[in-house]
Design a protein around this ligand. Structure first.
Ligand code: PXL
Length: 278
């Protein structure tokens, strides 16, 4: 049987366990052939380090796309994350028009804890809105959902089902087919809530752990996307992603040397078991 082939477009943070250094090992472990388009190369991620290098690879995106088009490559799915510049959103739009990947999955990785990531301005929000319009799935955290919908970020006001449903509806109004907000908390539990264009709502909640670890959004998105490409339905895909993010956080808790990331590698065996791959 032909191997499922996906492409992921996000940065390489050379040290720090996020974006491509998380997505590539996870998607490969899940048995998917994974091509990459790096949006930028940074010496580290921008969450807690200072003095990082940043090489913008915007000009490479159309060049890579042109070559791949000439080679006749096709992709069953596309997953985008952290962009090197707002201009890349339109280029990725062209990429989608050229290759028509079966599943378009957009993680608008640009903000957390009520703030844009260091180095980003509101331009990135407008760029991400453009991409969301072309998506089958968008996977913002609560902060990103607020930026994308012009909603004031307030955990107190937003941690209830009515508020989250209203946010999901505003995300769908951007044009995506299914919106999923990660990191929502109801009744002392944490997880993800999803709404599709047919008005079907689903959620999966699990333990709320009293710690925040860098890179968990990328672990979540990679597993969620991979699970969809392995044929899981929406509810089962958000469940396997959440369960294995919890596994990664539990594996990391108490390890001060891992302040910059999570020990997701230790959860690959449980992930493969959950997927029935071992
Ligand atoms: O995990 C998201 C992410 C990806 N890439 C870079 C980042 C961050 C979050 O801070 O800085 C470069």
């Amino acid at each position: 049987m032909k191997q499922t082939r996906v492409v992921t477009i996000q940065d390489i943070s050379c040290f720090g366990k996020c974006s491509l250094t998380v997505a590539l090992p996870l998607l490969s472990a899940m048995g998917l052939e994974c091509a990459i388009v790096p949006t930028a190369v940074l010496s580290t991620h921008t969450g807690g380090f200072s003095g990082w290098t940043f090489r913008d690879l915007t000009d490479d995106i159309p060049a890579v796309s042109d070559h791949w088009h000439k080679e006749g490559l096709t992709f069953d799915g596309l997953y985008t994350g952290y962009l090197g510049s707002p201009a890349q959103a339109a280029m990725i739009g062209d990429f989608i028009e050229t290759f028509h990947p079966g599943v378009v999955f957009i993680d608008p990785a640009m903000a957390d804890d009520g703030k844009l990531y260091a180095g980003f301005t509101m331009d990135i929000v407008e760029a991400m809105k453009l991409l969301c319009a072309k998506a089958d799935f968008v996977v913002p955290n609560l902060t990103e959902a607020c930026f994308l919908t012009g909603t004031e970020y307030s955990e107190n006001d937003l941690y209830n089902r009515d508020a989250i449903r209203a946010l999901l509806e505003k995300l769908l109004a951007l044009g995506c087919k299914t919106a999923v907000i990660t990191g929502v908390q109801f009744d002392g539990m944490e997880g993800a809530a999803a709404l599709d264009q047919n008005g079907i709502y689903t959620e999966y909640l699990t333990d709320h752990l009293p710690v925040r670890c860098h890179g968990t959004g990328d672990v979540y998105a990679s597993i969620f996307f991979g699970a969809l490409l392995r044929g899981l339905n929406l509810h089962d895909a958000i469940k396997v992603a959440a369960d294995n993010v919890v596994c990664a956080i539990k594996a990391t808790m108490g390890d001060e040397t891992q302040w910059y990331g999570v020990r997701f590698e230790e959860c690959i065996p449980s992930l493969l078991q959950d997927l029935g791959l071992v």
